[in-house]
Ligand binder design. Structure first.
Ligand code: ADE
Ligand code: ZN
Length: 323
């Protein structure tokens, strides 16, 4: 089944063996972040963010990111993904220096072009400040985003520790990104409740929300999201792995969808959560009894909500129809 993914962190999608290989090449000791089976190992969300940043520390050059992009896209393509929107952080790609960021971006785009040619998967980028690095660094990130906005860098979002600061503190950065023509999303309603989702929509004026699932705790907000057509980038496997919900049965994706909210499905950081896009769809089918027609609707919804230009969207929709 061809699939469309809107919420994937490039570093978070790095296969552990790929990161171990780079660590060995650079003589960096990363043994503490893996378990005996060689998978990423962490105890909770804060620890996950630390392990994520430690793994990322061996990605030190545009060439490393080119190799990472190839590895990630080939894995995604194997699971049927035909279009992927990926979060990219100038924090990790050149320390928010615009010249360096352009070099990283050039290398990532070249690798993405090769993957499109060889594996038929299309990549677009969403520039992402890291919330717990603070609003000042986010401004520098927004400047990088605005300078490179176009047909490939299509969006601006924010990830990181949702408990750190307030989303409204990042309004300047989101205003700058919007003025540069970028479409907007923000992680919210994962570690904080409905008020966080409301803040993303009201203070940052995003059209999509990363996760957003805890909106379910406020029926009036659910109604509003449905009415306003706000799109949720739902990552059920991530939520279960990190303990936002204890199991798939308790995940609110079905209730949100039933209430008319536009939901899409993504993996977030697949190897960290022992998931893939195939696994997400299999579990949804198994847990909620969704048939192929229902699953296809999720992919069509994601294509409609993608931040790419209309010609790219038409081509994705055509590929979805063809199956
Ligand atoms: N960065 C990578 N994965 C994330 C998640 N699930 N929430 C917030 N920030 C992230
Ligand atoms: Zn995420």
């Amino acid at each position: 089944m061809p699939k469309v993914e809107l919420h994937l962190h490039l570093e978070g999608a790095a296969p552990p063996a790929f990161i171990r290989g780079l660590a060995q090449e650079k003589s960096v000791d990363l043994s503490g972040i893996f378990d005996e089976a060689g998978a990423y190992s962490y105890v909770d969300f804060c620890d996950f963010l630390k392990v994520y940043e430690a793994a990322t520390s061996v990605l030190q050059s545009p060439e490393d990111y080119a190799r990472l992009t190839r590895a990630v896209l080939s894995e995604s393509a194997e699971h049927g993904v035909i279009y992927s929107e990926t979060f990219l952080s100038p924090d990790f790609c050149g320390g928010r220096d615009l010249g360096a960021w352009r070099e990283y971006l050039h290398a990532i785009r070249e690798a993405a072009d090769a993957a499109e040619r060889d594996d038929g998967i299309v990549l677009r980028g969403i520039v992402t400040p890291i919330r717990h690095f603070g609003p000042e660094k986010a401004r520098e990130t927004a400047l990088c985003a605005a300078e490179t906005a176009g047909d490939w860098i299509v969006g601006f979002g924010i990830g990181g520790d949702e408990k750190s600061g307030e989303l409204g503190d990042f309004a300047w950065s989101f205003d700058m990104a919007r003025e540069a023509g970028l479409r907007l999303t923000a992680h919210a309603g994962e570690w904080r409740g409905p008020e966080s989702v409301e803040s993303a929509v009201d203070d940052l004026r995003v059209e999509r929300v990363g996760h957003g699932v805890r909106a379910i705790e406020d029926p009036a907000l659910v109604e509003r999201l449905a009415e306003d057509g706000v799109v949720l980038e739902v990552c059920p496997g991530s939520n279960v792995a990190l303990g936002v919900y204890p199991d798939w049965q308790s995940h609110p994706i079905e209730k949100l969808r039933g209430a008319g909210v536009k939901v899409t499905v993504s993996t977030d950081d697949p190897p960290f959560f022992h998931t893939t896009m195939s696994h997400e769809f299999d579990r949804l089918a198994e847990t909620f009894g969704w048939d192929r027609g229902e699953l296809d609707k999720l992919n069509r919804m994601a294509a409609e909500a993608a931040f790419c230009d209309d010609a790219t969207r038409a081509s994705i929709l055509k590929k979805l129809e063809a199956q």
